[in-house]
Design a protein around this ligand. Structure first.
Ligand code: ATP
Ligand code: MG
Length: 208
């Protein structure tokens, strides 16, 4: 059975921590591939102004180019409307006839605190194992407590993976661009080029 990782996000913009957790998940869990899934509209971010999906897709595509086990899917963007993880997982579980897949949904630790607000949380856990990476601001003890609570409540499986923690967020990168600071340390060069060419994240402080 093939083992697929899926990493969902707004990717506004994609940054090195996204690539790093995808890579570590692939290595540590021996995944056949990792699929990047830029969200159309995220139900929990509907009030935020986010960059057009075409541009976010373009940035993810440019960022993953050097990694042959990474791919990108336009499923959520093309589906339109709100993106629901359970629907995406159902789609991937069933979309290629005859080939059974085990799915791993890759996230940062912040998701442990929002996943109960996602639609059909129980279904998500019946379709995939949740793979969680530590992230700044959330301590290990809190993570373990949430893991136990959620696993019991939703009959789910959560795996914690370790990595060198990277203190990066898209929110911070948008703020740096707006303040005319360099972002090369956090974002691959081709993504930096797209951000400057398209004039993204300037005068957008109200959205930070
Ligand atoms: P924003 O600040 O706009 O929310 P973000 O940096 O959190 O952006 P998302 O697109 O929201 O990026 O995240 C996609 C996934 O990557 C989420 O599961 C998130 O937890 C994870 N992630 C993002 N940055 C990190 C990081 N520095 N360490 C671990 N996980 C991360
Ligand atoms: Mg986020």
């Amino acid at each position: 059975m093939k083992r697929y990782g899926i990493i969902g996000g707004t990717f506004d913009p994609i940054h090195y921590a996204h690539l790093y957790i995808a890579y570590e998940a692939k290595e540590q869990l021996n995944l056949d591939k990792v699929i990047f899934m830029p969200a159309g509209k995220q139900p929990l971010k509907v009030d935020n102004i986010i960059t057009d999906s075409e541009l976010r897709y373009e940035m993810v595509k440019a960022a993953i180019e050097p990694f042959k086990e990474f791919s990108i899917s336009s499923y959520e963007i093309e589906k339109g409307g709100l993106s629901f993880t359970y629907e995406t997982l159902e789609y991937f579980k069933g979309n290629s006839v005859g080939e059974e897949k085990e799915l791993f949904f890759i996230t940062g630790a912040d998701c442990l605190f929002t996943i109960e607000k996602w639609k059909e949380t129980k279904k998500i856990f019946s379709l995939a194992t949740l793979v969680v990476f530590s992230r700044g601001g959330i301590n290990r003890k809190e993570m373990i407590q949430r893991k136990q609570l959620i696993e019991e409540k939703y009959d789910g499986k959560i795996i914690f993976l370790d990595l060198k923690q990277l203190e990066i967020s898209s929110t911070e990168i948008r703020s740096l661009v707006d303040r005319n600071k360099r972002i090369d340390f956090f974002v691959p060069p081709k993504v930096v080029d797209i951000i400057y060419e398209k004039g993204l994240y300037i005068n957008k402080n109200k959205n930070l």
